[in-house]
Design a protein around this ligand. Structure first.
Ligand SMILES: Nc1ncnc2c1ncn2[C@@H]1O[C@H](COP(=O)(O)OP(=O)(O)OP(=O)(O)O)[C@@H](O)[C@H]1O
Ligand code: SF4
Ligand SMILES: [Mg+2]
Length: 355
């Protein structure tokens, strides 16, 4: 059986968890979500790659989305943006922005939503930047388009934005082309462009994966600062549960095209209620841990899912009942897990101790 290792930024989980997150969430939990995703299904022909994804995003909050490669994190972001690759279709469910349904909107209307209300930051800043255009002009263009600023005002604001996102010598840097900046600076520019549009929702898909650990932490801090200042709702996608621990108020763990655990970050990270989340956490370096535990087995093949719980072939807690796939079940207030044994798993007992 093969072993799957999680990529890790080397963040210590203990130092990464913030209880600040759950406090903020508790303060806000009565506010109305900006984005509501319900029972979202995406298919490529007969292949269902999202199997009923649902979550809320609230203003000023970050939802950390984690899971192994191929579990559907990016496709969820693309579906919300209305930017699924050719052949991909939303085959069920609903995506509401400010109460307005986006599923089924015509491309012309979706284009208005994209950029203005929802922005996407991707892993590789090169794919988002125009190599032939000075970076100052690229930010200015976003400002002109979305805020109707004059050319000179847009240029001034674009230099200010470069300063805000921490690009050194901003008036100088504004005249540079993307290839003349470092990877970390380019990612700051992309984030600057995204925030220049003042979106209500920002989807950041592995925005720091290509960067070294120090830069990763800086970029995540920058995202958090801008988000708090602007009240943006952020969906932060990552392989690395450790990297997003300190900036997320809520966590959603994906597996085989659906969410299998969701709850306040501090609860999910310290009291995981799904064996898969526990496996992800055990694969992280923490203080005093001598050896990282690999997640045994292979990620599921969406074209040939096992009967019942899709984690069952890899699950040390498996029982007969797992031949039926569980829905998301409450394990404690606002904390749900797609596991028949969630309320036992959350107590932290070892699989052999459960009968
Ligand atoms: N063009 C396509 N046609 C058919 N299936 C696709 C296509 N693109 C992606 N998929 C499938 O959709 C599933 C979800 O892919 P997605 O890109 O959302 O994964 P992910 O969780 O973002 O993974 P990663 O961490 O590697 O970025 C995968 O199983 C993938 O094989
Ligand atoms: S439902 Fe069963 S197989 Fe699935 S994670 Fe829970 S215990 Fe494991
Ligand atoms: Mg992806």
């Amino acid at each position: 059986m093969g072993a799957v290792y999680l990529r890790s930024s080397g963040h210590s989980l203990e130092s990464g968890i913030s209880d600040r997150g759950s406090r903020i969430w508790a303060d806000h939990n009565e506010s109305v979500p900006v984005l509501e995703v319900r029972d979202l299904e995406v298919s490529f022909g007969p292949l269902r790659i999202l199997r009923g994804v649902g979550f809320d995003l609230e203003a000023g909050q970050t939802l950390g989305v984690v899971g192994e490669s191929g579990c559907g994190k990016s496709m969820t972001g693309f579906a919300i943006m209305g930017m699924l690759p050719p052949g991909g279709k939303i085959t069920g469910g609903s995506i509401k922005l400010d109460g307005k349904e986006l599923v089924g909107l015509k491309e012309r209307h979706l284009r208005e939503v994209r950029g203005e209300q929802i922005a996407l930051v991707m892993q590789d800043p090169f794919t988002s930047l125009n190599p032939m255009m000075r970076i100052g002009e690229q930010i200015a263009e976003a400002l002109r388009l979305h805020h109707g600023l004059s050319k000179s005002k847009a240029w001034t604001e674009s230099v200010e934005m470069l300063e805000k996102v921490g690009v050194p010598a901003p008036s100088h840097a504004a005249r540079r082309y993307p290839h003349q900046l470092s990877g970390g600076q380019r990612q700051r520019v992309v984030i600057g462009i995204a925030f220049a549009c003042k979106p209500q929702v920002l989807i950041a898909d592995e925005p720091t994966t290509a960067l070294d650990v120090t830069l990763q932490a800086q970029i995540l801090r920058l995202l958090r600062e801008l988000q708090e200042k602007e009240g943006t709702a952020v969906m932060l996608i990552s392989h690395d549960i450790g990297a997003i621990a300190s900036v997320s108020q809520r966590i959603a763990v994906f597996y085989a095209g659906r969410i299998v655990e969701t709850g306040p970050a501090e609860r999910v990270l310290r009291h995981a209620a799904m064996p898969y989340t526990r496996a992800l956490l055990n694969a992280l370096p923490t203080a005093g841990k001598k050896r990282l535990e690999a997640i045994g087995g292979q990620p599921p093949d969406l074209a040939d899912l096992p009967k019942g719980c899709p984690f069952s072939p890899r699950c040390p807690f498996v029982i007969e009942k797992c031949g039926e796939e569980p829905g998301l079940l409450d394990v404690e207030p606002m904390h749900r897990s797609a596991c028949w044994r969630g309320s036992e798993v959350i107590t932290g007992v070892k699989p052999v101790e459960i009968h």
